[in-house]
Design a protein around this ligand. Structure first.
Ligand SMILES: Cc1ncc(COP(=O)(O)O)c(C=O)c1O
Length: 413
């Protein structure tokens, strides 16, 4: 393929990964709804399999042909190249059927029975379930480390540590981790081997945060959210600095069958072209709405990066390029007030998920985090009165009026 010039992500997100010359000069990528690919010869087929199974390395510059869509297909490849071009520091990417399959396929590739995963709460409820309730059955311990206790935990698990896992900002409270500091802590505790630092960057996306530039080895996305951006698909993605990691993860993906199918990959690539526009507008909308939320008497606390103080404010300034469009509000009056607020919304819709063009609101305690233990909920800051908002691209004054009316209802006005 023609080598593109070094382009800004706002440009590369539009067309990277797609070459019209390979597709009858179509101006935009076509869909390849194809399960199996023809080989030019029996010898070529044998060679493709040897490369796919890691028995032979492809020669530099060799274009190894496609085999079967559970292993790879053009739409996944095109999306992966587009994503890679916008993720600062990334040299390879992989697409998955969901955020959860991106997480599990990556974690299973990087972990062996008898090893330990260290992570910090909060994490998304589904991730919490896999870490806490599924991995122990495979003899993998996932230990939630309290903030401020990382040095001891890393020292205690220097020998058996498979990886360190963070969500930053975390779902739903937006708690942030200083990734460069954490990288240095991990390296101090394990000086003789490189322990992978895996980061779920779903909330800020490649537009507003680049974990690979701060010491992360693998960045995971629920592509269902901002990357897809229209609440019309379920998908996941991984980006890495070291292509060797993606090669290993793609091998696991091929055998588990967790690659996203052609139509979804095509939709994701289409969405990449508007990623900057959407996320920038959404973040601007949220920044306009946050002062209104913070000033309302029904609101006890607003979780939003521009309102952070102390260490969290320092991390935001250092690590993020914008605050994004995820907001969590803690309402006076607990669950009853939260339910009154949610039921009074007219423009913002009541649904789980986030990152789409439409604004959504949810009550994490009784939905996405409902499986967590009381201790986990407390450690994660998920309270009875907490409502998570995902701000969309609508006209902000309409959202302001809707939120104001619902807060009045929550406060009993
Ligand atoms: C931060 C985060 N990571 C991962 C996931 C899982 O993604 P998916 O629903 O696409 O499997 C979610 C889903 O809400 C999420 O919020």
């Amino acid at each position: 393929m023609r080598q593109p010039p070094h382009l800004h992500p706002q440009t590369s997100s539009v067309s990277e990964g797609f070459d019209p010359e390979l597709s009858v000069m179509a101006a935009r990528p076509p869909i390849y709804p194809v399960s199996t690919y023809c080989f030019p010869s029996a010898e070529a087929a044998a060679h493709y399999f040897e490369v796919a199974l890691g028995k032979t390395a492809a020669t530099p510059g060799e274009n190894v042909g496609l085999i079967y869509a559970r292993i790879n297909h053009p739409n996944a490849q095109m999306f992966e190249e587009a994503l890679c071009s916008v993720e600062r520091g990334a040299l390879a990417a992989a697409a998955f059927t969901s955020g959860m399959s991106a997480i599990t396929t990556t974690v299973l590739t990087l972990t062996r029975p008898g090893q330990t995963i260290l992570y910090q709460r909060p994490v998304y409820g589904g991730t919490d379930h896999v870490l806490r309730h599924m991995l122990p059955d495979w003899n993998v311990a996932a230990i939630a480390v309290e903030e401020g206790h990382w040095r001891e935990a890393l020292a205690a698990h220097a020998k058996d540590l498979a990886l360190v896992y963070f969500e930053t900002p975390a779902n739903p409270t937006l708690n942030m981790i200083d990734l460069a500091e954490m990288r240095a802590e991990i390296d101090r505790a394990s000086p003789s081997r490189h322990v992978p630092l895996v980061v779920d960057n779903t909330f800020l996306g490649p537009v507003f945060q680049s974990p690979l530039e701060h010491g992360a080895d693998a960045v995971l996305y629920s592509a269902t959210k901002f990357l897809g951006g229209h609440s019309d698909l379920v998908a996941g993605a991984l980006t890495v600095r070291d292509p060797e990691i993606v090669a290993r993860v793609k091998e696991t993906r091929a055998f588990l069958g967790t690659i996203c199918e052609p139509f979804t990959a095509w939709m994701l690539q289409r969405s990449m072209a508007t990623l900057w526009l959407r996320m920038t507008k959404q973040s601007k909308n949220a920044s306009r709405l946050v002062p209104l939320l913070a000033a309302h008497p029904a609101v006890a606390h607003v979780h939003y990066p521009t309102l952070f103080s102390g260490d969290q404010a320092r991390i935001f300034q250092k690590q993020c390029r914008a605050p994004g469009s995820m907001v969590a509000i803690d309402l006076h009056g607990g669950r009853d007030a939260a339910f009154r607020f949610l039921d009074a919304l007219r423009v913002v819709r009541l649904a789980v998920s986030l990152g789409g063009v439409e604004s959504l609101a949810t009550h994490p305690l009784t939905t996405t985090a409902s499986e967590m233990s009381d201790e986990d909920l407390k450690a994660s800051g998920v309270t009875e009165g907490l409502v998570r908002l995902s701000i969309g691209v609508e006209y902000w004054r309409d959202l302001a009026a809707d939120l104001q009316g619902a807060l009045d209802a929550a406060g009993g006005k």
